[in-house]
Design a protein around this ligand. Sequence first.
Ligand SMILES: Cc1cc2nc3c(=O)[nH]c(=O)nc-3n(C[C@H](O)[C@H](O)[C@H](O)COP(=O)(O)OP(=O)(O)OC[C@H]3O[C@@H](n4cnc5c(N)ncnc54)[C@H](O)[C@@H]3O)c2cc1C
Length: 419
Amino acid sequence: MATTEQEPTGAEAPAVAFNLELNADQKDIRDWVHGFAEDVMRPAAHEWDEREETPWPIIQEAAKIGLYSFEGLAQFFADPSGLTLPIVNEELFWGDAGLGMAIMGTSLAVASIFGQGTGEQIGEWIPRCFGTPDDLKVAAFCASEPNAGSDISNVRTTAKWDEAASEWVLNGQKAWATNGGIADVHVVIASVDPTLGARGHAAFIVPLSEAKGIEQGSKVSKHGLRASHTADVHLDDCRIPAGHVLGGKEKLDERLARVREGKRTKSQTAMQTFEASRPTVGAQAVGIARAAYEYALDYAKEREQFGRKIIENQAIAFALADMKLEIDASRLLVWRASWMGRTGHKFENAEGSMSKLKAGEVATWATERAMHILGGNGYTREYPVERWHRDAKIYTIFEGTSEIQRMVIARAISGVQIR
Ligand SMILES: Cc1cc2nc3c(=O)[nH]c(=O)nc-3n(C[C@H](O)[C@H](O)[C@H](O)COP(=O)(O)OP(=O)(O)OC[C@H]3O[C@@H](n4cnc5c(N)ncnc54)[C@H](O)[C@@H]3O)c2cc1C
């Protein structure tokens, strides 16, 4: 990235257009979230990982201070540089990834409503995704299905329009939904016209408390992120009002008509949400990697073997140097993509995918290195590093696996339909 310095004016420091120094607001928010991560999340992380349950008391603590709220998320998003949202995510996931996902899992549904909803839908549904500290709610984004993971165009859940009742009727099974079945608001990706593949998809709001025919299927028992609830969701003749399609029915009809005429439309419904959220997901992976790196660095400076600290061995010191290097490189890619997304720069070279790919792979690698530096202790549940390693692995799988990110990048840079 080029720096463009303006001419110095008198004794004042030159104004620079490019700057990596965080401003006072960004630093304040970072330190505030770090405090919550250190004081509330870290002490509770092991317990909730073992319990494998949604940590409602922790979400409530976050809600009480405004960290888990519509207003909080809006404030983080409002930063015109785009950096506050990844900074918040990095700190939260530095605290703990399972608890972090329990707090941030709602934001994928929020991103979908915000990105595709009408003003009225945004005003009505986003506050309901969070509830209030006394009546907490979470939200779920349900795109994946048993046979539609990487290949989201294979979604089989249908949304049929019942003209007589003026309602949508949804049928199908969603898989691996974060907060699936416990969320108040489910954003469900369904096919309105299966002949159009992903271009025939639309996003629907299904409120658990009002809609009949939606229920949780099996809860998934996981390798990591165990404090975050993941489950299948079944939709069985689930009826919702006309106005629950994001963007409105009129706009959907217009879009489908354009697709049928062979005209270009905006990218696919689920992909729009994933593109926007990838840098944020990358920031979460950076947080986990940083936690493991810091822990391993401290450990290596304390632990003695052969009469010296293990960090005095190049093998250990160089591993830590590489970890720091890769984590910082990941963060820079995340910040670049976040800045591009917020300032309206198009991801010409799939910069969002680059950030998520790099950060996910670095988190998986760095947490494994950290475990190794701790030796036998690293492999036990007495130390947090093995949990961080289990948590990190999902970052090469969800929101597009590493192979899918490489495919997206390869297509973007080449213009060739790489398979
Ligand atoms: C903890 C967790 C939380 C999740 N939360 C959500 C959620 O909230 N909402 C939601 O909708 N989904 C969610 N998911 C689903 C997640 O997004 C999918 O698991 C992911 O997209 C991968 O799909 P899949 O599991 O079907 O793997 P598959 O698509 O079956 O892939 C299996 C393997 O094949 C590779 N592969 C597939 N196609 C290609 C190709 N063309 N080229 C090269 N390699 C390929 C993949 O990279 C992977 O290694 C979650 C999953 C988990 C585990």
